[in-house]
Structures are given as C-alpha cells and as structure tokens.
Design a binder for this molecule. Sequence first.
Ligand code: 2M8
Length: 467
Amino acid sequence: MSETLALLKEGVDASKLLQKAGEVLKLNEKDGFIMPDNGYYDGAWLWDTGFIVMGESYLEPEKAANRLLNFVKKAQWKNGFIPHILYFNEKAISHSFGPEYWDIHRSPDAPANTFTSGITQPPVLGFAALKVYENLRKRDSEKAKDFLREIYPPLLSYHRYLYHKRDPEESGLVSIYHPWESGLDNLPAWEDVLVNIDVTKNQTNEVIKGRKDIKILTEKMIVEGLEYREAYARACEMRPTNSDYARYIYLLRFLRDRNYDDSQIYNEIPFNVKDTLFNSILYVSTESLLEIAVYFKKEEDIKELEKYLKKQKDGLEKLYDKESGLYFDFDLYNQKYIRRRTISAFAPLFAGVANYYQAKNLFKILVNEGVVAKNSLLLVPSTLRSDKKFSTCNYWQGPVWLPTTWLVIRGFEKTGFFKEADLLKESILDLIGEKGFFEYYNPETGEGLGMREFSWTAALAIDLFNS
Ligand code: 2M8
C-alpha cells in the first residue's frame, strides 16, 4: 500500500480530502445545479449530474434529492426523453455547442422555455436515485419515501422512451445516435463508425473556427506558464480532432433537421450503435426502477421492467467475444461488431452479466494491458494499451477517468472479486489524494489533465470512500 493511501486509510488525509471534495461541489454550483467544473462546461450534464448527486448525498442528502428532481423535471421532454445537457439560459456560453445549435423547439416534444441539447447520455439516473434515497433514508425516512415517489414516474417514462424508440426491432439493446451519447466522446471505437460520414473541407473549417474548447484550454495553460504554441499544441493533444468535431456536428444537424423524430432517424442515421457501456448502465438503472416498483407494489410496472431486463441481459450476452475475452459494441448501421479494445468491454461486469470466468479473464487483461503506474498501483485506462489509438493524454483514448474507474470497481465487486476491486479503489484514491480532483489523468505519470476541481471526480471519490 502506498504511503498516501496508508494516510488516507488512517483517516488523516481522508477527512481533508472529503472536505475538499465537498468544496469542489460547492464551487461548481450554479442556479441550483452543479456544473461539471467551474464554467468551462457551462450547463448541467446528465451523467455528471447522476454521479454528482450520488456523492453529494453522503454530505447533504436532501439537497442532492432536490437537485436530481429539479434536473429531471426541468430537462425532460414530453416523450420521456432526457437530454444530455440542460443549459441555464438561451445564451449559454458553452465551451462547444450551445442551445442555438440544437434548436430543440423544432420538436413538439421539447419542453417550452427550456434550453437543452437533443441527445441523451448514459442513463445513470435510476441507480443514482436509489443511492440518494438510501442516504436520505438514514436522516429522514418519510422524506426519502416522498423523493422516491416523485422521481420514479419521470424515470420510468425515460426508460420506456429508450426501450421503445431506441430499440424498435426489440433486440433488447438500445441504440445511441452520437458519440456524445456514449459519454466517451472520442473512444477509438467511434472512428470505425464515423469513417462512413463524409465531411467536406468547408465543414471542417467551420468547426476549427468554433472550437472554443481548444481556445479556453490554451488560455488556461498560458496562465499556468506555457508559451502560446506549446499551450495550443497540448490543448489539441488532449481533445478530439477537428475532423471528429466536423462529424459530431454532421450528426447533430442530422438529428436537428429531422426535428428529433426517432421514426425519421433510427433507420437512416449513419451512427446507430448498440453500445455496451450505455446498455450496461441502463440495465442497472432498470434494476433500480424495478426495486422501486416492488417497494410501491406496482404490479404492472414490475412485469414490464422484468421483461426489459430479461431481453437486455440476452442482448448483452451476445456482445461477448470468446476469442478476445472482451465485450464489443455492435454497429447496427453497418451490421458488424466494433472490435476495439476499450473500457466499454468491462461494462457488463457492472451489469452483473459477465460470469465468474469472464470477470477473472477481464481482470487478467486489465493487469496485462492496463496501466501500472510508477508506484505499482493499478489504474483503469479508458482505452487499453494494445489498441492502436492508445494515447496517454488524449481524452477518452487512454487517460484514466473517475466514472469508468468507478463502474469497473463496482463491476468487480458485483462478480465477487473484492480484492481486485479494492486494489483499483486504493489506486485511484491514492492518485486523487496526491494530484487533486482533475477531469482525467495520464495513466503512466498520473499527471492531472483537462479541467481542475472536477465535480464527478470529487463526487465519486466521496462515494468510493464511503462504500
Ligand atoms: C465531455 O463531453 C462533452 C460533450 O458532451 C464535451 O466534450 O464537450 C465528456 O467527457 C462527457 O462524458 C461529459 O459528460 C462532459 C461533461 O463532463 O464532457
């Protein structure tokens, strides 16, 4: 065990770190929501919000419950869909693409007077709600019950939207329409699908001009002491490329031009993927909704939710590739598996779908191909080293992130690999203890990358400390 962790375990640094984590959440609060960081990401993101309220619920459960309820009530569309960004106003100065790009009011389902994106994100809200409930119950069981009663119907309608509109062929697996819906924006897997989208030079040039993310990151590094050229080059190294962005915009316009109408989109969109991570997360959130339905004795809902789960489990099992020992995403548009070595391959552990032998093998792969940092701790990279795109600093192409690390830890716990899960937990907490709450980390040097004081890093550290 490393020294930092030993101190954390003794409770010396732990209390400091937990206090700091709470401060990060406060720092990033705006209009009653918590942004991913202090303003670079200007809005409330869906899966960030889910993870944030889980961590916050250990500190201030009532606040966390209200925050989640407000997010869902404000962001949800009339057809149950929950978008991936809730903007604070029409003029959000987003680092990338604000409300005007989405123009959601073209859809009759969009909420009036609210500005959101038109795509969704990994549906963590079901299991996040259950965690908030558990922590609130310890303080006030009546309030906890009221929270559950209120959050359940909108979440059920979100899941109904996903299972029906995103899986009309009833495969059990729902589709995503955009790399941003996966939450793992530039995962190497997506380049195999995006290659089908032809973008013109003009479209790419238009994107280059609009890359506020690169501009903001560059400025931040200049303030930290780098020369312009070096700062700009580093910023580019850390984020998706211009040609990725041109394709993101192509897909965004494809959805917008069809007024976000799934019946016009599903069979035509060139990015239609059965994503392992998205479906594993949805599976666990549906299990949480089932638990709530049982609690409130909702007989019809119980049958409905059990049906979704059974089909989805069968679907997830089909994504297993015996030869490599990994789970692969399925590209529905091109009818083929996407054989890239990414963290998504581990997500069925979290769903509890991977069996004992698969889990054992996945841990072996992680040890062989994952990244062992200098002090022999084991970090979970977002892309495995053996993938041809592996990078130590480029966003989702290798760096270590808290949400994916958290999913893998909880996944090994679910399959009974507690020692292994503990090693991963100790490793990541040790890293955070030493470096602080970064957006992501270089898996070899542990260097903090992207934005500082990042909300989900703080929130999930709180969760890992407490359970
Ligand atoms: C990143 O995604 C946004 C687009 O949604 C971006 O790059 O502009 C991803 O890391 C995503 O998973 C995350 O939810 C979001 C906010 O933290 O940032």
